[in-house]
Design a protein around this ligand. Structure first.
Ligand code: HT7
Ligand code: ZN
Length: 877
């Protein structure tokens, strides 16, 4: 396949001004008429042809200014329409007529059917499946869209922008017209048509304009969209208050669909959502679902400015919109909820998903320099590390200059398609700083390591911190340059207070106090007037996404865990302590040796569990031990998942025993009364949920969880109890009964059945594979629906280390078979599933060989998509 390179960027030879689209909808034969007003770019040779993109298209006809073009003047293939002899200077109109078949489109890209609804997904390159056009983000045009359909086929017809009008047509047909005044790239085009229910509201902008808000869902599900509407209004207000950004059309619409490849899509004025991220009520959605809905509604809404008004010059700049918009949605959620608890969840996610990506064969820079298939670059690196990079930028320039830089960015680049260089220039200007070295975060892949050593000189009362950075080679990048790593820190004194003075030495000066700037390979700073040995708390709040190597005693970690003023740092210390203990235990378990005593860890965890001065949500996070995959990542190579699991289970049992009474009390303290999704109540439920799990383990009985399950009046508590039963008491009557009751009760709600699939698929141990195979034949499973596939096969392969990595290779073969089958219908989904194999080289040799054979089997399958062949080739390289 073709490889695209960032360095090859060139603008188009022709500039587009307007595009008028007409759709005559029909499931089997939709007619698309595209009229494009355009002209040759100044300076482009008159012999240069116009080359439009297509994907699996058939052309009906093509006209220039209303007249059929001579066949000698154009060439057409399913992938390109090339037209020669176009006017040298004058503006002209090209009309392209195509016929497409939405009902035959299983890729969920372009125009497709989901349920009885017509729906589009154009990012990144789906518009070319609708009509021949310049399907690239730097071609911005003003769109007018007319939709015609049979009234009984599509009662509602929606597109971007403001509604122009509509009316009846002949033979039971009708039409609707939409006009979007804001120039946009084709990837933000959207059309939705069908029969849907709606909830409506309004929002008055800070400049007093009234915006109509509509959320469309399947009939009968309207009530379940209320929380999404509330989150939308809060997002709109927040963007005004925090970034001074107001909405810019008369109407904002969201449509929820049940077949969708990702979470949601920010099409201008017409966001399309996976229904999983819209629909919620206490009976069917968990606290995590509510939090995700809030975050994703905000994320897509925030794209209106970071992505839509200012877009990307090319797809290499994807992080320009995604990293920045994730940063914005994180800030929103932190403001709406507990900021430290939100940050802890982000750190967990980053380490669980992005760190392994950066450490494996699929590692790529936040701004990649080449790709074969852009769909494979919607990654944790582009999104989550991209957001971390924006966070570091803010730390480096300071909050005020960051806001000034954002203001400058919005002012200078509104209506443009720009690059990371354009973005960074705004902050360099606002802060008068040189950000050249910082910009390496966008171009160098891999997670830097920082080793930290400290020395306290009692005689001189000085404390010296020495930092050294390194970065391992990644695919295509054998040599790395030295980066700018901002490390927030504090020196904790014996009594728990913080040393006040600033250090001297390289990297000591900073925009924000309390940050060390590591900009050389190795550097030291010295603090004066340190009369007693302090404890260094460093990379507070995970100010830089790095791996820290520091010899820190358990006593020092415990000191930070008790005293640090920063809640995130306290959690980091607890988590580091737990990780260190679990890694040591797993190594011993591997060698068949007795496990180390876990008294110290138990003391820390039970103290936090019982500390009522701490937020319940924080206590729940502290009690959640590093996952098996976290332990595996720390061990790094020659991984044997069963011993990791054995060690972790043993430590959990120790903690459960140590805090038995406390956990028993806490397990009963879920809030009473009607369910509320607010962060405080969710935190109480999280603490009760983890306590239920420890209490049940201590009691070695499923009875408590079975009782909680039976009495639960909301999905959060019910799912927690079901998971305790299915994971810790598999095969017991209590577990089997609860699973059966759950299935019967929610049989007609696929989103809830997804939880049932996921809980079972993640039950640890070799036996789960057979259960997964069985579930694949269940009436609830549908290999064509991405949510079902991710819930069952995705949860098994990415969330069950012992089940998936079975030594006999059966887990790998199951995934390989599914990837190959799904690839024929939905390549994007197949490629994403396959990324679960990315860390295969860190397994022990027997499993590694089984994994390799499964990957080679995929490679040998007939007619692989570019999506899957790109992932499998890079994974094997
Ligand atoms: N910007 C959206 C990306 C997206 C997407 C990409 C490829 C294929 C299907 C897709 N659906 C949505 C999502 C977002 O980041 O907001
Ligand atoms: Zn996004």
């Amino acid at each position: 396949g073709q490889v695209f390179h960032l360095k090859d960027y060139a603008p188009t030879d022709f500039v587009v001004d307007r595009i008028d689209l007409t759709f005559e909808l029909d499931p089997a034969e939709t007619k698309v008429i595209s009229r494009v007003l355009m002209k040759r770019r100044a300076g482009v040779s008159r012999s240069a042809p116009l080359v439009f993109d297509g994907d699996e298209l058939t052309l009906d006809s093509v006209q220039l200014d209303g007249n059929d073009i001579d066949p000698a003047d154009f060439d057409v293939t399913p992938e390109n329409l090339t037209i020669r002899n176009l006017p040298a200077e004058a503006t002209f109109e090209i009309t392209v007529n195509t016929t497409i078949a939405p009902e035959a489109n299983t890729s969920l890209m372009g125009l497709y059917r989901t349920g009885n609804i017509y729906c589009t997904q154009c990012e990144a390159e789906g518009f070319r499946r609708i009509t021949y056009f310049y399907d690239r983000p730097d071609v911005l045009a003003v769109y007018t869209v007319t939709i015609i359909s049979r009234k009984d086929d599509a009662r509602l017809m929606l597109s971007n922008g403001n509604y122009l009008g509509g009316g009846n047509y002949d033979e039971g047909r009708h039409f609707a017209a939409w006009f979007d005044p804001h120039p946009k790239p084709s990837y933000l085009f959207a059309l939705v048509a069908g029969d849907l229910g709606v909830i409506e509201d309004t929002f008055t902008t800070m400049d007093e304009r009234e915006v109509a808000l509509r959320i469309y869902v399947e009939h009968g599900k309207e009530k379940r969209a209320a929380y999404a509407m509330d989150a939308l209004k809060r997002s709109m207000r927040w963007d005004e208050e925090t970034f001074g950004r107001a909405y810019d059309l008369d109407i904002f619409m969201i449509v929820a669909v049940s077949d969708f490849n990702m979470g949601a899509m920010e099409n201008k004025g017409l966001n399309v959502f996976n229904d999983k991220y819209v629909l919620a009520d206490p009976e069917t959605a968990t606290d995590a679902d509510y939090a995700n809905i809030e975050a994703i509604i905000a994320h897509e809404y925030f794209h209106n400015w970071t992505g839509n008004r200012i877009t990307c010059r090319d797809w290499f700049q994807l992080c320009l919109k995604e990293g920045l918009t994730v940063f914005r949605d994180h800030a929103f959620s932190a403001d709406q909820r507990s900021a430290p608890v939100k940050r802890i969840a982000e750190i967990r996610l980053l380490k669980a998903h992005q760190f392994p990506e950066d450490a494996g064969p699929l590692a790529h820079p936040v701004r990649p320099e080449s790709y074969r298939e852009i769909n494979n670059f919607y990654t944790a690196t582009v999104y989550e590390k991209g957001s971390e990079v924006v966070g570091m930028l803010r730390t480096i320039v300071g909050a005020d200059a960051f806001r000034q830089g954002m203001d400058l960015y919005f002012e200078r680049h509104d209506g443009q398609a720009v690059t990371i260089e354009d973005f960074l220039a705004c902050f360099a200007e606002a802060s008068s700083r040189d950000l050249m070295q910082f910009s390496l975060w966008y171009s160098q892949a891999g997670t830097p390591s920082v080793s930290v050593s400290t020395s306290w000189d009692e005689a001189k009362s000085t404390f010296t911190v020495t930092l050294e950075q390194s970065l391992q080679p990644t695919p295509g990048q054998p040599r790395k340059e030295v980066m700018h790593i901002p490390l927030a820190y504090g020196l904790l004194l014996e009594d728990g207070s913080e040393h006040k003075g600033s250090p001297s030495g390289a990297g000591a000066s900073s925009a924000a106090a309390g940050v060390l700037h590591l900009t050389r390979r190795k550097q030291s700073v010295t603090f004066a007037d340190v009369a007693s040995r302090p404890v260094l708390s460093i990379n507070r709040g995970f100010s830089a996404p790095v791996n820290l190597a520091m010899e820190q005693s358990s006593a020092d970690l415990a000191h930070i865990a008790r005293h640090d003023a920063d809640g995130v740092a306290r959690w980091q210390a607890i988590n580091d302590h737990a990780t260190r203990h679990l890694v040591a235990a797993a190594r011993l378990a591997r060698d068949g040796r007795p496990l180390p005593a876990s008294d110290e860890l138990c003391a820390i965890l039970t103290a936090v569990a019982g500390d009522e001065s701490l937020e319940p949500a924080f206590r729940a996070q502290a009690l959640t031990l590093p996952a098996e995959s976290d332990i595996a990542r720390e061990i790094g190579s020659n991984i044997e998942p069963d011993s990791i699991r054995a060690a972790r289970e043993a430590v959990i049992a120790d903690v459960a025993r140590a805090g038995r009474e406390l956990f028993s009390t806490l397990a009963n303290q879920a809030p009473g009364g009607p369910y509320s999704p607010d962060a405080g109540s969710a935190g109480l439920r999280a603490l009760a949920g983890i306590a239920l799990s420890y209490a049940s383990i201590a009691e070695a009985s499923p009875a408590r969880a079975a009782a909680v399950f039976a009495a639960a009046d909301n999905m959060t508590v019910m799912a927690q109890a079901l998971q305790v039963l299915a994971h810790h008491f598999p095969g017991t009557g209590a577990a089997t009964d609860a699973l059966a009751a759950f299935e019967a009760r929610f049989a007609d709600n696929p989103l809830v059945i997804d939880k049932w699939f996921a809980i079972q698929a993640m039950a640890p141990g070799a036996a789960t594979l057979d259960r997964v195979r069985e579930l694949m034949t269940s009436r609830h499973f549908d290999r064509m629906n991405p949510n079902r596939v991710r819930a069952l096969i995705g949860s098994f392969s990415a969330g069950n280390p012992t089940g998936f990595n079975r030594a006999d290779g059966a887990g790998f073969r199951l995934l390989a078979d599914e990837v190959t089958a799904i690839d024929k219908r939905n390549p994007q989904l197949a490629a994403r599933l396959l990324t679960a194999m990315r860390s295969w080289r860190s397994l022990e040799p027997v499993r590694q060989e089984e994994a390799r054979l499964a990957l080679v089997a995929i490679l040998g399958a007939a007619q692989l998509s570019t999506d899957v062949s790109d992932i499998v080739q890079r994974t094997l390289a």
